[in-house]
Design a protein around this ligand. Structure first.
Ligand SMILES: *[C@@H]1O[C@H](CO)[C@@H](O)[C@H](O)[C@H]1NC(C)=O
Ligand SMILES: *[C@@H]1O[C@H](CO)[C@@H](O)[C@H](O)[C@H]1NC(C)=O
Ligand SMILES: *[C@@H]1O[C@H](CO)[C@@H](O)[C@H](O)[C@H]1NC(C)=O
Length: 249
């Protein structure tokens, strides 16, 4: 799994890049707490361990008490993420990445993830008309393409098995909307129960030292997903130069 160590204001946690891989959100998967899928094309090879890509391991999370800014405990699924859902996931070796270790880390490509790929973000004002159109088309495609691997939870853990106890409450999401959703998920308030006010005193990805880490992560995730969607490992998001505005290049 692609891991991201984010030191948040509230908790220091190892955060999985995904909401959840589609293969894991079955009643059996949720009951076992294990999310160790096999890389696509391989059967029964959790995390690609047979080919040395990774291993299925227990997740260790920080168990220190919350800081005073979060006076609740056990109310928010994001506490000690992701162990309310899964407590075993893939840990990938070397340049392998992804929830099943079937992908390459950002910046690497090839069957063995041993070829470097140069991903250069360019100033959007320096793109030609054609390049801008290609970028907008790619965003439009991302807005319409269902994420191939990840689904999002639409209920909190107490209701996650659905009204009949057999229908895990997850939905498909498009690649672009996943980018929006993961940002939303990191900032949203804590739900305290029906009829109660939600707690807005924490924001995991703004107003604190986690800001830069989180936002780099969101952009890397979108860029990496678009590279796969376009089958273009060197695809890069352009940047906007806020320091000097749009007039210079
Ligand atoms: C992992 O999660 C499963 C499912 O929730 C649970 O039954 C199991 O006790 C957990 N294991 C540990 C070590 O927390
Ligand atoms: C990624 O692959 C290259 C080329 O094989 C290798 O030199 C490098 O050590 C790998 N990176 C990691 C983190 O294993
Ligand atoms: C979600 O997307 C997958 C892959 O595109 C598809 O196989 C599945 O039928 C979709 N599920 C729903 C509920 O739309």
């Amino acid at each position: 799994m692609m891991w991201q160590s984010c030191c948040l204001v509230l908790v220091c946690a190892v955060v999985v890049s995904a909401q959840f891989p589609r293969e894991c959100v079955t009643p059996e998967g949720l009951r076992s707490g294990t999310c160790c899928p096999s890389p696509s094309g391989l059967n029964d090879d959790p995390c690609g361990s047979g080919t040395g890509r990774g291993e299925c391991v227990a997740i260790a999370v920080d168990a220190r008490p919350h800081g005073p800014q979060y006076p609740h405990d056990g109310r928010d699924d994001r506490e000690r993420w992701p162990i309310r859902f899964f407590n075993q996931t893939c840990r990938c070796n070397g340049n392998f990445s992804g929830s099943n270790c079937g992908r390459c880390r950002h910046g690497w490509t090839g069957a063995n993830c041993d070829q470097r790929v140069s991903v250069v973000r360019r100033n959007v004002m320096g793109l030609s008309t054609e390049e801008k159109r290609a970028f907008v088309d790619a965003l439009d495609q991302a807005k319409r393409t269902v994420h191939p691997d990840l689904v999002i939870a639409t209920r909190r853990t107490p209701e996650i098995f659905g009204p009949d106890g057999l229908t895990p409450q997850f939905e498909n999401i498009t690649i672009y909307n996943y980018f929006v959703w993961s940002h939303y998920f990191s900032v949203s308030k804590t739900f305290l129960g029906a009829g109660q006010a939600s707690f807005g005193g924490v924001d995991f990805s703004h107003e604190g030292p986690g800001f830069v880490t989180w936002h780099r992560f969101h952009l890397l995730q979108l860029e990496r997903d678009m590279q796969d969607m376009l089958q273009e490992p060197s695809f890069a998001l352009p940047y906007w130069n806020f320091a000097i505005g749009g007039e210079h290049m």
